[in-house]
Each structure stands twice: as C-alpha cells, then as structure tokens.
Design a protein around this ligand. Structure first.
Ligand code: ZN
Length: 133
C-alpha cells in the first residue's frame, strides 16, 4: 500500500536544535486543532506574553526545562510536564539558562470537544502483523 492510500499525514522534527517554532496544521492537514513545536535555546524564550480569544492550549514538554509565566506567576516546567492553559491565561515560556527547552503546543477551540476516545473509537476485525489470531 502506498503512502498516498493511507489515512495518514506525517512530519519529522529536525533533530538540529535551533531556536524555532513550526506550525503543523497545514503540513498535516489538521482540521480540529493547531499544533506547533517550539525550540528555545538556553536562556531564550517567548518575546511577548499572550492570551487567546477562543483556543485553550495543551503544552507537552519533550525536552529540557525552563519557566512558564502564567497570569503573573513564574513556575518551573520540564520534560514530561503536560499542562493546559485556558484561553484567557496570560502566558509566556522560556528555557532555563542551562537547558534547551522543546515543547509541543496543541490549540483547540475551548469547549468544542463533545466526545472523546472511549465514545468515538471503535474496534475493527482486521489485524496488524503483531496481533495474534
Ligand atoms: Zn498561544
């Protein structure tokens, strides 16, 4: 089966860590969320505090550690942390002086999810190669 026939869109992060933000909605053809990957080099971070009109954000820290500014407080964040920020949350993120910080951010319209995996997913009869009969 060729890749064109799969219900799949894939992107590969650049292993080189340069200060960057990559938005994936268009690349992956996402229709229900925006996803971005951000790399902040040691001591670098968001150049401004921001909030959103509609979208809540889910942050997934995949590498390093740093600081989250949220509503006037600054709290440490690091690899493995997953956190949601309400649309109106005033936020900014920076890497610690001794660490590159890499995180993904998923933006979705707050309150738009009317069901989730256990209601939406359903089992099929077909098997992958690693599944026993
Ligand atoms: Zn945002």
């Amino acid at each position: 089966m060729s890749a064109q026939n799969l219900n799949l869109a894939m992107w590969q992060a650049d292993p080189a860590t340069v200060e960057s933000k990559v938005f994936l909605r268009q690349t992956l053809g996402l229709t229900a969320a925006e996803v971005s990957r951000t790399v902040h080099l040691p001591g670098k971070g968001s150049g401004f505090v921001h909030a959103h009109r509609r979208n809540e954000e889910l942050y997934i820290v995949t590498h390093g550690h740093g600081w989250l500014y949220i509503d006037g407080a600054e709290i440490p964040v690091g690899e493995g942390n997953v956190f949601r920020i309400s649309a109106e949350g005033r936020r900014a993120i920076r890497a610690a002086d001794d660490s590159t910080l890499i995180y993904y951010c998923v933006q979705a319209d707050a309150g738009s999810l009317v069901q989730s995996t256990r209601d939406d997913g359903y089992k099929l009869a077909e098997k992958a190669s690693w599944m026993k009969e």
